[in-house]
Design a protein around this ligand. Structure first.
Ligand SMILES: NC(=O)c1ccc[n+]([C@@H]2O[C@H](COP(=O)([O-])OP(=O)(O)OC[C@H]3O[C@@H](n4cnc5c(N)ncnc54)[C@H](OP(=O)(O)O)[C@@H]3O)[C@@H](O)[C@H]2O)c1
Length: 309
């Protein structure tokens, strides 16, 4: 089968479209014929070797953790999925090797759910990693509700655009940072936009003198001022997906976890119209290098999708 691979860490890394052996499926795994995947910064961060201390890596690596596709074959212990099911998922395995930038991926069933009924495969592939990150941060960690005013650092990217919509659906007032070019986009999603960087605390306090009740950090650049944004009584209600140093502020560092129930929640939010997917650009598997270069510029609005024929 065709797959993108790299044979050594590099920055930039050399990506190749090659023929590789089909993956094996374990008793509680399924084989998915991949229709689409999406680019996450972690894909190229892993390829630089930046996470070598955290995850076992076996070369050649096929990158990619997001998938939308069709179940082709199931292991003998699988009871929840069958061939022909249209699924989506965040296929993070214990080691980095056989990812989703390929015609097929083998996936533990703990990483997959039925895809939203109303979504295209491209839209479905954009949701899992970033949608789960937003959902788990807002629902499980911050327990956001109607009495909250939350500020999201980096609200216009993959995680941010889902976080704004999910926080709104939970009833919160949502503020989000982005460059001026994305302010109308944030307003459309339901957030009050602020420019990030120096002076952020003054800009926010001039609108909301009492401060916000929670902060979600998706960028790192303004994490240090987060405690100054919080209202009295909300100390420590900070989640960062970037920097564990947030724990020294009394907050929580979140690393997204594959979770079937949370994926099903996200599928439901898409199907009932709560969640929309912004696709910045779509690439073919052969153009993965270009897709990564675009994401590496750091200004993706929504998600970059890679389609697999
Ligand atoms: N721990 C975890 O489990 C986890 C999970 C998912 C992602 N992450 C990490 O979280 C980060 C965001 O992921 P993503 O998928 O959302 O990335 P992304 O889509 O590539 O983020 C791009 C967005 O970042 C915004 N941005 C750039 N510089 C900014 C700044 N200084 N302040 C605020 N926003 C800024 C851009 O807005 P403008 O174009 O308007 O500047 C753009 O919309 C990445 O570092 C990723 O690795 C961690």
């Amino acid at each position: 089968m065709k797959a993108i691979t790299y044979s050594a860490y590099g920055d930039p890394v050399a990506l190749e479209l090659t023929d590789v052996d089909e993956p094996k499926i374990g008793p509680d795994w399924v084989m998915v014929a991949v229709k689409a995947t999406s680019v996450n910064p972690v894909d190229w961060k892993l390829a630089t070797g930046g996470m070598d201390g955290a995850l076992d890596t076996f070369f050649p690596v096929t990158p990619g953790w997001d998938v939308a596709g069709v179940v082709e074959q199931v292991g003998p212990a699988v009871t929840t999925l069958e061939p022909g099911d249209e699924v989506f998922g965040y296929v993070r395995k214990d080691a980095v090797h056989g990812g989703t930038y390929a015609e097929k991926v083998s996936a533990p069933i703990r990483t997959l759910a039925k895809k939203p009924v109303n979504s295209s495969f491209a839209e479905a592939a954009a949701i899992p990693l970033t949608g789960l990150t937003a959902f788990q941060s807002l629902v499980h960690s911050l327990d956001i509700g109607p009495s909250d005013t939350i500020l999201i650092h980096g609200a216009s990217g993959g995680v941010g655009s889902f976080a704004v919509q999910i926080a709104k659906s939970l009833g919160a007032r949502v503020l989000g940072t982005a460059s001026q070019a994305n302010h109308d986009y944030l307003r459309d999603l339901g957030a009050e936009p602020f420019v990030y960087g120096e002076g952020l605390v003054d800009r926010v306090r001039s609108e909301i003198p009492e401060g916000v009740t929670a902060v979600l950090d998706l960028n790192g650049g303004d994490l240090a001022v987060s405690p100054d944004l919080l209202a009295e009584g909300s100390a420590g209600r900070i989640v960062s997906v970037i920097d564990p140093v947030v724990k020294e502020m009394g907050g929580e560092y979140v690393f997204v976890t594959p979770d079937v129930d949370d994926l099903e929640e996200l599928a439901g939010l898409f199907d009932d119209g709560t969640l929309t997917v912004e696709i910045a650009e779509t690439f073919t598997l052969a153009d993965t290098q270009k897709a990564w270069e675009l994401n590496q510029q750091g200004h993706t609005r929504g998600k970059i999708v890679i389609t697999v024929d």
